[in-house]
Design a protein around this ligand. Structure first.
Ligand SMILES: Cc1ncc(COP(=O)(O)O)c(C=O)c1O
Length: 387
């Protein structure tokens, strides 16, 4: 047999999936490892999808999406950005995942360097591999509230640096960037003539502070990423988008043709209902995540296990460095010894080594039990590490 492609060989497996496999079959495990809303998609969205399917919205659409959804996304951005935005600046994708890959393939050449957050969502690195680029991690340090330092970013620049990816609110950090931090990063990117892929998929999930969108600071270079998965509990519908300078959208549409032809027609109709219907469901889900954030904070912060209290998204990075264990070891032993599954920090980058991520998308009961078990584990092993 001929060899497989290097890409197929080299793409890493998800550290979260590996932990899910370890946890499978272990009785009584509390699952805090997966970042997926525990809610079902709101009824009015499901009803709109069913009606659209019955009305014949079951065929291919334009590569960049149906006009009604592109218009709804543009209207949402215009309202949030305080600047006009048009439908022809919008590319709809099969999830934000697809929109990010299409845009990476639109702006980056083989070997171009792309700055990615560390810790950050691991998929950026595999997406960059698909685009034959080189991921260069930039540090988000707990002592800076997981916000980037432009001076540190400067040290990573080379003539091949083309794009910086930002994620606000952040997965796995739960950081919400201050207005000053967004302004500084955007000014930095403009002065160095870089594209900015601003992944804002968690923009609706803020508990403390305010969301500052990146695009208004430098529309000419910003590719703003959003989607329905997190705000409307629609992960399985696969609808996300990129809002970018219009000269990127037509070529990205050609790339969509090769990747997926178009996102699902019925799902796009569902997304129109989500964006244009009542937003009360978003507020309700946000309130639930907020309550769970408070619960986790009250349990873990007094023990010094939360270097930063999450202010948005639905994750918390729990610091187990005092145990002296690697994060993979800690995650495996947490399953074996305490029956709680978490995502190992090293999956998100070197800077989260020694930490594990818990998902606030899990139920209140699971979070309560899981955090109590985490605490017990941390206390037992930190004491052992000192001896
Ligand atoms: C930071 C970040 N961006 C994008 C996504 C993907 O979203 P979608 O379901 O729209 O592909 C996720 C999902 O976990 C995420 O955490």
């Amino acid at each position: 047999m001929r060899a497989l492609s290097q890409l197929a060989e080299r793409l890493p497996r998800s550290g979260i999936r590996e932990i899910m496999e370890v946890a499978q079959g272990v009785e009584g495990v509390v699952h805090l490892e997966v970042g997926e809303p525990s809610f079902i998609t709101p009824d009015h969205v499901i009803d709109a999808a069913a009606a659209a399917a019955h009305a014949g919205q079951t065929r291919y659409t334009a590569n960049a999406g149906i006009p009604a959804l592109r218009e709804a996304v543009a209207a949402r951005c215009a309202a949030r950005w305080g600047q006009p935005a048009q439908a022809d600046e919008v590319l709809v994708g099969a999830g934000a995942v697809n929109a990010i890959v299409a845009m990476l393939l639109t702006v980056a050449e083989d070997g171009d360097e792309i700055l990615v957050p560390d810790p950050g969502w691991p998929n950026y690195r595999s997406q960059i591999m698909l685009a034959r680029g080189v991921a260069v991690p930039y540090p988000l340090r707990p002592e800076r509230g997981y916000l980037p330092d432009p001076a540190e970013l400067d040290r990573l620049l080379t003539p091949r640096t083309k794009v910086v990816i930002t994620n606000n609110p952040g997965n796995p950090t739960g950081a919400v960037w201050s207005g000053e931090a967004v302004a500084a990063l955007m000014a930095w990117a403009r002065a160095r003539d870089l594209w900015v892929i601003a992944d804002e998929i968690y923009e609706d999930l803020i508990f403390d502070g305010e969301f500052t969108p990146a695009a208004p600071f430098a529309r000419e270079r910003t590719i703003a990423i959003g989607g329905c998965s997190k705000s409307y509990a629609m992960t399985g519908w696969r609808i996300g988008w990129a809002v970018a300078p219009r000269e990127l959208v037509a070529p990205a549409g050609k790339i969509q043709e090769a990747l997926v032809s178009c996102p699902s027609n019925v799902s796009q109709c569902a997304a129109v209902a989500a964006l244009t219907g009542s937003q009360a469901c978003v507020a309700e889900m946000r309130a639930a995540y907020h309550r769970r954030r408070d619960l986790v904070r009250d349990l873990l912060e007094p023990a010094g296990l939360l270097p930063n209290v999450p202010r948005g998204a639905f994750y918390a990075l729990v610091d187990l460095r005092a145990t002296g264990m690697s994060s993979v070891d800690a995650a495996r032993r947490l399953i074996q010894e305490e029956r709680v599954a978490t995502a190992p920090g090293s999956t998100f980058g070197d800077l989260a080594e020694g930490m594990v991520r818990v998902s606030l998308a899990s139920s209140d009961e699971d979070l309560q039990t899981g955090c109590e078990r985490l605490l017990r584990f941390a206390e037992r092993h930190a004491a052992a590490a000192v001896v």
